[in-house]
Design a protein around this ligand. Structure first.
Ligand code: HEC
Ligand code: HEC
Length: 477
């Protein structure tokens, strides 16, 4: 395993101390500032007052000492960053409830957790990439068979596949159009429901209640199901949270100088306008409002940031302008979208002229405003990024005998459909700076890696300045 750098350790230490101290307390003050690599992340409680840290979300309701808060950490955008996982491992010698073999280790058998060295090996994917092992059975009616499994860690069943996935943030949930990477908690196959304009938010609330039940019996190895009251408390709690980057070390407060960053604007001005399908490039808006590629308008006013007091070297101004340029790139840089399953194949169009917002289309938040799972190639073993740490599954079509190699079949394991292989939901893009690494499989260690992935995948041709600006913008979300 790679040694971690002192700077990262220091950073993680700061974050952990900040995240631990209020956790030991009963409450987190509203808008508590959590430091991360580029600034400060804050969570706004729409229910008013401080954020309670004593409700069922933070209680160990299963048998292994874990709570939802073990993996959904306020300091890390209500997800988990691999830097903090490393620190937690060192501080507890790998004994924190996060480190449980049920899904924290690379496999649930043939691992030795009796020694520190053994634990370091067993939890290597969690330490290095923040990955949790999710086991999903191949549906009986699947249009494919699993022809071969190459899993370097031993979990090589061909009927219940081991997938290694990043915890999704349990915040900003009001904007959800599908729950879980593969939307399985919003699928009739699991007894949950698809999220639609007509049934929202009742569908979302029911899906989250079901998700809480599954998370308790799964991750927390609960033997007694949650009561309806506990489910309700967890869902109410989750639904009350709105999270975003609030401060940038160089640009200053992200809602100053005419900008609209930070969680308060998100809660008060973006959330009330949201509805399922609010912005759809394929004409799916239920109110027939035309699609706009202008997904983010938070930093428009920084395009020509006026000079302001105490910015002695013009540093803040330069950073503000960079963030604004990055926003413009997100909204307008043309991307020739090819080979994306869920778009090019379903629309029968080899090439679609789009932008980042063709897929990240929900205004001000950046997830897909309709449940449209897509395969952008993040789990493709032949992609430009290193996926050698993941298993490779060879799937064979029962009718055509065609084969596909993938590190994670995604949506196809829920629907059984061949066309759904490798499709994942378009995730939210707020609070990114606090929760590296990125993508469902943690393959992008930094936002720079994310940008490089897209630049290579779609031959966008971004200059180094454009990359820097886009990264500055994503960091400020
Ligand atoms: C061991 C770590 C772990 C624990 C404990 C845990 N989760 Fe998660 N959570 C994950 C992972 C990993 C995912 C994504 C899995 C996937 O999509 O396949 C996830 C996804 C979610 C999502 C979906 C968000 C979205 O964008 O779709 C919600 C909501 C959530 N968890 C809430 C909870 C709640 C509530 C609890 C406690 C009852 C809990 N989690 C406990 C790891 C964990
Ligand atoms: C063709 C659709 C599409 C386009 C275009 C697209 N994305 Fe994505 N994006 C996705 C999907 C789908 C995912 C989830 C992929 C996965 O993990 O399997 C994703 C994931 C991400 C993530 C990771 C979020 C997380 O929580 O891990 C970031 C950041 C991101 N995209 C930024 C961008 C930027 C910036 C652009 C433009 C340069 C862009 N995307 C263009 C569909 C797209």
């Amino acid at each position: 395993m790679k040694r971690w750098r002192p700077s990262v350790a220091l950073l993680a230490a700061t974050g952990t101390i900040l995240s631990q101290s209020p956790v030991a307390a009963e409450k987190l003050p509203n808008l508590f500032p959590f430091l991360n690599s580029t600034g400060i992340l804050e969570t706004y409680n729409t229910a008013g007052g401080p954020i309670s840290l004593s409700g069922p979300f933070f209680q160990a309701l299963g048998t292994n000492g874990r709570s939802c808060g073990t993996c959904h950490r306020p300091a890390q955008g209500w997800s988990l960053s691999s830097d903090e996982v490393k620190l937690r491992f060192e501080l507890t010698r790998g004994k924190d409830p996060l480190f449980r073999t049920v899904d924290g280790s690379v496999c649930n058998d043939h691992v030795d957790t009796s020694t520190l060295a053994g634990r370091r090996k067993a939890y290597s994917l969690l330490l290095d990439r923040g990955l949790i092992r999710v086991e999903i059975a191949v549906p009986e009616n699947a249009e494919f068979t699993v022809a071969s499994v190459e899993n370097p860690y031993g979990c090589d069943s061909a009927s219940a596949l081991s997938l290694y996935r990043r915890p999704l943030p349990s915040t900003n949930l009001r904007f959800q159009s599908a729950i879980m990477w593969d939307s399985r908690e919003s699928s009739p196959q699991t007894g949950t429901q698809k999220i639609t304009y007509d049934t929202n938010p009742a569908d979302l609330i029911a899906d989250l209640a079901h998700q809480a039940l599954d998370a308790t019996s799964g991750h927390a190895q609960g033997s007694i199901p949650l009561t309806a009251e506990q489910q309700k408390q967890i869902v109410d709690f989750e639904m009350s949270l709105v999270t975003a980057q609030a401060y940038d070390y160089r640009a200053g407060a992200l809602d100053h100088g005419g900008a609209d960053g930070g969680p308060v604007f998100l809660a008060k001005h973006v959330m009330p306008d949201f509805f399922v399908g609010i912005n759809d490039p394929l004409g799916g808006n239920p109110k027939n409002i035309p699609f706009t590629t202008t997904i983010f308008q938070l930093f428009d006013n920084w395009a020509h940031a006026a000079g302001f007091p105490f910015d002695f070297f013009g540093q803040a101004r330069a950073r503000r302008e960079s963030i604004a340029r990055g926003e413009a790139i997100f909204n307008s840089k043309q991307i020739d979208i090819t080979g994306v399953s869920g778009l090019n194949d379903d629309l029968n169009t080899a090439s679609i002229s789009g932008t980042c917002g063709t897929c990240h289309d929900s205004p001000g938040i950046g997830n897909h405003s309709l449940p449209v799972p897509l395969n952008v190639g993040v789990g493709d073993p032949d992609s430009s990024v290193d996926l050698s740490y993941l298993p490779v599954y060879t799937l064979q079509n029962k009718a055509t005998f065609e084969t596909i190699r993938t590190t994670d079949p995604g949506r196809a394991l829920i629907t059984g459909a061949w066309k759904d292989i490798g499709r994942f939901k378009g995730p939210m893009l707020r609070g990114l700076s606090s929760r590296a690494p990125y993508f469902h499989n943690g393959s992008a260690r930094t936002l720079g890696d994310v940008v490089d992935f897209y630049n290579t995948r779609f031959h966008i041709g971004l200059s180094s300045q454009e990359k820097e600006d886009l990264i500055a913008f994503l960091s400020a979300l």
